[in-house]
Ligand binder design. Structure first.
Ligand code: ADP
Length: 451
């Protein structure tokens, strides 16, 4: 290559390189500017997200506070309404037992039926508001699941028979006993499912089955699956998503024809899920429906002495001296019936103050204490008893609270006042006998130690 040609080639190459450098620089600058713009956008976006998150947080807190306030108000109101309604239901039952002539007899049955309906609705609302306010408390007491399921099944049998439905049950006889959990919540869900199954089935029948799920859950946990199957009207796919919602019924005619509030399944679902379980439903319109729930229980392998007794009507309470402290005559009367035919010796007081007087004069083994009473409430009376200043009275005497409250605060306050146990109202004979049997065993064991 001649020198001239070489210079030209060199010059071209230099120019090309310069051009490449210029373009690179230009692109770098563009990239830098784009990057800065992006960064700015990012910062702005982050700021906006932070602001929005804060706004949402405030809104959520406000909504939560509102829900809580609403739930607390509802639960307070429901509770206040429940007490007088319990009285109406109790007294109309007494009237009904007198076989009044019609039309009075009819009026009484109508009042009772309406009051029961109202009571059911209020109980549902009370449950739901307790759940929403995060105040639902689950018991963890040992019980026999097979026995509990049997009780519910037997209780509803007559309704199924009256409707001409078949009524069947398949329960294995080797389930571990006792399992620890909340028997009354299990009852509540089961009653709801079986009641719906009967309600929505015209021909055919209703079946209940129970099985233990193997290999599921953690150590010490037993999972039980319970299915309620019916050959009823079924639920359409579209409605399937709604039935577990609050106040949801399939359509407005359901309420007209079958009554109900549409709360049962919403409550059942929450009660099951809050205990770590699940509930699902399969259905075919015109063929029938199956609800399946799976629920964990604790199994500690130990059969407690209380549980060895399956038939609570056989419990031996003869000679147990019980003081009932309760302001409502209806409730005292109920307890009289439940206790006297068991051979217990029953004393009565209408409020806390009166109970202290009775305790000065009579020897008593156990106290059933209502919470809300005029003059002196159950908490105050318990505190006085525990102070140990009543002559001749053992300050550690077992005190069992009679309460309609299901809320945590109450439960905590009754135990911190010194009560030993509780039975919820409306009173259930089985639970009452179970608790009394437990404390009778404790009393006997203590007496044996002392002698
Ligand atoms: P309620 O029974 O008080 O109306 P639930 O929450 O228990 O409320 O049930 C909601 C709705 O789900 C019912 O109104 C009914 O339409 C439907 N449903 C529940 N169980 C069944 C069933 N076994 N068969 C058909 N429909 C059912």
């Amino acid at each position: 290559m001649s020198e001239d040609a070489y210079k030209k080639a060199f010059e071209r190459e230099r120019n090309a390189r310069k051009e490449a450098e210029r373009i690179t620089e230009l692109k770098s600058r563009e990239l830098f500017e784009l990057n800065s713009a992006l960064q700015q956008l990012n910062d702005e976006l982050e700021e906006r997200i932070q602001k929005r998150t804060a706004e949402l947080e405030t809104a959520r807190n406000r909504a939560e506070a509102n829900t809580k306030a609403k739930s607390e108000f509802l639960s307070m109101m429901s509770h206040e309404m429940r007490s007088p309604l319990n009285v109406i239901v109790g007294l109309t039952e007494l009237l009904d037992q007198r076989d009044l002539e019609d039309p009075e007899g009819g009026y009484v049955r109508n009042v009772r039926f309406s009051a029961l309906q109202l009571l059911n609705l209020i109980n549902d609302i009370l449950d739901l508001s307790a759940i929403e306010a995060g105040k639902i408390v689950f018991e963890s007491t040992p019980f026999d699941v097979t026995y509990a399921v049997d009780q519910v099944f037997n209780a509803l049998e007559q309704r199924a028979i009256d409707k001409g439905l078949t009524w069947s049950k398949a329960v294995p006889d080797d389930l571990p006993v006792p399992l620890k959990g909340d028997a009354s919540k299990l009852n509540q869900v089961l009653i709801n499912l079986l009641d719906n199954a009967i309600k929505f089935t015209r021909d055919g029948g209703v079946g209940l089955s129970l099985e233990q799920l193997e290999g599921q859950g953690k150590e010490g946990e037993v999972w039980i699956a319970i299915e309620v199957t019916d050959s009823g009207k079924g639920i359409s796919e579209e409605n399937m998503e709604r039935i577990f919602g609050k106040f949801e019924q399939e359509n407005t005619s359901t309420r007209r024809v079958h009554g109900g509030s549409g709360l049962g399944l919403a409550i059942s679902k929450q009660l099951i899920e809050l205990q770590g379980g699940n509930i699902s439903c399969r259905s075919e319109v015109g063929k029938g429906t199956t609800f399946r729930m799976e629920l964990p229980f604790r199994y500690e392998g130990r059969v407690s002495e209380d549980m060895s007794l399956k038939d609570w009507s056989q419990v031996n309470l003869v000679g147990l001296r019980i003081l009932v402290v309760e302001d409502l005559e209806v409730n005292r009367m109920l307890l009289r019936q439940m206790l006297r035919n068991k051979g217990t010796v029953m004393f009565e007081a209408e409020n806390g103050k009166e109970s202290l007087e009775v305790l000065k004069e009579h020897e008593v083994d156990l106290i059933l204490m209502d919470l809300h009473m005029p003059e002196m409430d159950g908490i105050e009376a318990t505190k006085r008893i525990r102070e140990g200043r009543i002559k001749g009275l053992d300050a550690d005497i077992p005190i069992v609270c009679l309460t309609a409250d299901v809320f945590k605060e109450t439960k905590e306050s009754i135990f911190s006042a010194g009560m030993n146990d509780f039975v919820t109202k409306p009173l259930e004979t089985r639970r009452l006998y179970q608790v009394l049997n437990h404390w009778r065993n404790q009393i006997d064991a203590r007496n044996a130690e002392l002698t």
